[in-house]
Design a protein around this ligand. Structure first.
Ligand code: NAD
Length: 287
């Protein structure tokens, strides 16, 4: 048996087309395009690449892309003043501060300073609270994308045994809340969990968001399970080249799972697509 691959690239392309159509309707109704502004502090090369691709995707969806690239030594007060100005700017619907921030800046304080109505990363405590209480708000992009892939792959989530591996504020915790809101029976595993294999063996849905290459072994997977691999790990190959791999031992898991996301081409493309969807949602909610 070999699992059906979940095509995140195709699903993300469809979502981006839907967002672009929604943007056209928004422009027709309101005479302006939704705006997403991304703030980057420092010169981390990976963050710079992410910010560049977010800007490109924003423009491709027909939205206005704003970008601030601030030096690494920017004082926290200066960043907070910029956020206050963006909160007050009616042309800005979404604000995203690229993480990680330099060590002298308190990222919790920065996130809390963003207007929750413009918090397209869904990390503000107000949005976290809305998600946990099952109410409408802005949901973090990666778990939102995972949920879409799961729903499309298996249909009904209600009653399923779901295992989320990882409890970060960015992925694991909101993923668990989303699955619980869909009436799955949710277990959250983390670095202190005993006998991870036994938890995986029970799960109809496994979402792995750990950051350790291949740590979820193929033989642990329940036959027919839906496996969503959030991990993005760059590993060295014997020939000196590198390759991206997930947190799941794909070659083993593909033999037992019913559906599985590849890495790359699974969850990754959904994240930016969901960021665009969140920006349109924020713009629509603010009108
Ligand atoms: P994180 O480092 O904040 O959290 C990792 C979690 O894994 C922690 O909660 C920890 O308790 C848990 N963990 C560590 N060792 C464990 C173990 N042995 N058993 C069980 N759990 C263990 O990471 P994150 O931000 O949640 O990201 C996780 C992975 O997902 C990374 O590889 C990251 O690159 C990737 N990621 C991908 C996307 C995407 O768009 N595809 C987005 C965000 C993160």
């Amino acid at each position: 048996m070999s699992a059906v691959l979940i095509d995140g690239k195709a699903r993300a392309a469809a979502l981006r087309r839907d967002v672009a159509a929604g943007v056209e309707a928004f422009v027709a109704a309101h005479g302006r395009a939704p705006g997403l502004t991304v703030v980057l502090v420092g010169d981390d090369p990976a963050s710079a690449v992410y910010v560049g691709s977010k800007g490109k995707a924003t423009r491709e969806a027909g939205m206005i892309s704003g970008e601030y690239r601030l030096p690494a030594a920017t004082p926290e007060a200066e960043l907070l003043a910029l956020i206050a100005a963006l909160n007050a700017d009616p042309a800005v619907d979404g604000i995203l501060v690229q993480m990680p921030l330099p060590r002298h800046i308190d990222s919790d304080r920065v996130i809390a300073a963003i207007d929750p109505a413009k918090d397209v990363d869904g990390l503000h405590p107000v949005n976290t609270g809305l998600l946990v209480s099952g109410r409408k708000g802005l949901v973090p992009c990666t778990p939102s994308g995972c949920l879409m892939l799961i729903e499309e792959a298996i249909g009904t989530i209600a009653g399923a045994e779901a295992l989320v591996i990882g409890r970060s504020i960015l992925v694991g915790k909101p993923m668990a809340a989303l699955l619980l809101n869909r009436s799955a029976t949710v277990t959250v595993a983390h670095s202190r969990t005993r006998d991870l294999a036994a938890h995986v063996a029970r799960a109809d849905i496994v979402v792995a968001a750990v950051g350790i290459p291949g740590m979820v072994k193929g033989e642990w997977i329940k036959p027919g399970a839906c496996v969503i691999d959030v991990g993005i790990n760059r590993v060295a190959l014997p020939d000196g080249k590198t390759r991206l791999v997930g947190d799941v031992d794909f070659d083993g898991a593909v033999k037992r799972a019913g559906r599985i996301t590849p890495v790359p081409g699974g969850v990754g493309p959904m994240t930016i697509a969901c960021l665009l969807a969140n920006t349109l949602k924020a713009a629509t909610a603010r009108t």
